[in-house]
Design a protein around this ligand. Structure first.
Ligand code: GAR
Length: 197
């Protein structure tokens, strides 16, 4: 599989750990970023994993950028694409190329609080529970069938930073858990639902 990221790469590391210790029966063959300076690229290099930068800046359109990303994924012959803090919306052509083979992790309990500045929105809204969601990617924003969710309580004195840190701990458990299920069990998509078994 390939991991696509734009930043820090802590979810990538959690996945890499789960692959390396045999929990997730897969291999990460490529870590790709649209951001040349992404810390996640360095983390991948330290783990001996191939990396590639495909900058979106300078491309005439989103489609043009995505064609280059797709070419890199095809060259690496990946079966699965894991988005881990990849801050780009994917177009229909991309998503259809890997139908039901692209995963994303989002730091809220979807369908609540899609998009950006999630933890600020959660606190401002007064939600008592938040969490994270691993889902299959479709052409919508943070939509697509849900594989795993993990929850945390929102505390009265939470700031976006403290809440983000507690949610991130759960993200690092949820992403491997989702892959263990998807790679290890039969499943199908029925409407919005993933049905296992
Ligand atoms: C994670 O919290 C992830 O859920 C979020 O970006 C962070 C990346 O952290 N993704 C999104 O908001 C996507 N909509 P990481 O680079 O340390 O994995």
């Amino acid at each position: 599989m390939a991991v696509l990221l734009s930043g820090r790469g802590s979810n990538y590391l959690a996945l890499q750990d789960a692959v390396d210790d045999g929990r997730v029966p897969a291999e990460v063959v490529l870590v790709l970023s649209n951001q040349p300076g992404a810390q996640g690229l360095e983390r991948a290099k330290e783990r001996g994993v191939a990396t590639k930068v495909v900058p979106h800046r300078g491309e005439p359109s989103r489609a043009a950028h995505e064609r280059k990303v797709l070419a890199a994924l095809e060259e690496a012959k990946v079966d699965w694409v894991c988005l881990a803090g990849y801050m780009r919306l994917l177009g229909r052509d991309f998503v259809e190329h890997y139908t039901e083979r692209i995963l994303n992790i989002h730091p809220s309990l979807l369908p609540s609080f899609p998009g950006l500045h999630v933890h600020e929105q959660v606190i401002e809204h007064g939600a008592r529970v938040s969490g994270c969601t691993v889902h299959l990617v479709d052409a919508g924003l943070d939509s697509g069938p849900i594989v795993v969710q993990r929850s945390v309580s929102v505390l009265d004195d939470d700031t976006p930073e403290t809440l983000a840190a507690r949610v991130l701990e759960q993200e690092h458990l949820a992403y491997p858990e989702a892959l263990v299920r998807l790679l290890g069990e039969p499943w199908r998509v029925e409407g919005r639902r993933i049905v296992f078994g």
